[in-house]
Design a binder for this molecule. Sequence first.
Ligand code: PBG
Length: 330
Amino acid sequence: MGFPQNRMRRLRRTESLRALVRETALDPGDLIYPLFLRPGSGVRNAISSMPGVFNLSVDEALREAEEAAQLGIGGLLLFGLPDAKDEQATGAWHENGIVQQGLRALKQTAAAKKLVLIADVCLCEYTSHGHCGVVVKTGDGFAVDNDPSLELLARTATSLARAGADIVAPSDMMDGRVAAIREDLDKNGLTETPILSYASKFASAFYGPFREAADSAPQFGDRRSYQMDGANLREALREIDLDLEEGADMILMKPAMPYLDVILAARERVDVPIGAYQVSGEYSMLQAAFEKGWLDRDRAILESLVGIRRAGADFIATYFAKDAARLLSR
Ligand code: PBG
């Protein structure tokens, strides 16, 4: 049956009708708020390329956690900026690393009962060279050496879980790291700690502002020998299969908006929970347009997040988490 019996506009006439037939829901509990922890107290340093995002000392992070919990946000994703960096990324796996300190403090708050605390597992914020693994010299330059990196990543994950992380989330893209982390967690009695693997993480220009926020830009070379080529969908699916075989409990897709087809393909292929990360550059480009008055802020924030949910993500890590939660509770 076609027009005029069929009129699609009938169900669009009022907001209550539109709400009744809406296919995709967005809830504050689906959102994960990233925080950047640094040493000190009372520190709240603005990040110039990410308006509204700050480097926070632990005391300030506790306030953010309290606010996030009140807004009904699902969880926090924690990154760290250590006092000192070295070749072995000591700050990543040390018992008194900045994220470990933050986790122990957060765990004592009432907010932590409502929030899932996810710890990013990577070395790039902690290595002097800014790469996500161990760097070795080669005949014609340098290489990020896969297998020695696994031990450090596993040590990092175990240390973060011990400090109180509810979930560990490896974002380094070394081969075999999920298995190495699972084995180390289990060996240390942390059998109940889930792994959220950044299974298909693309080498992306959209991480640019994060590298200012986390002070993690590589000092030489780039990340294309370990992060994926943005042109490859089939390879992304293989990465997902392998991470699940190695024991990942959930996967995180990243970036989100330029890779919605990858999220959709993952959703159709696997039954584990899928998260998506609306990364720093996605946030910054929207913020820049808001500052210029070129986009309607509130509508664009929610539309961008609903789009990521519609593609198949169960939850979304986003720097807009607080803004979106406020808009959703209006
Ligand atoms: C660490 C890591 C990065 C991001 C999350 N974890 C940076 C990178 O890979 O260069 C990016 C997040 C963002 O851009 O918001 N490896």
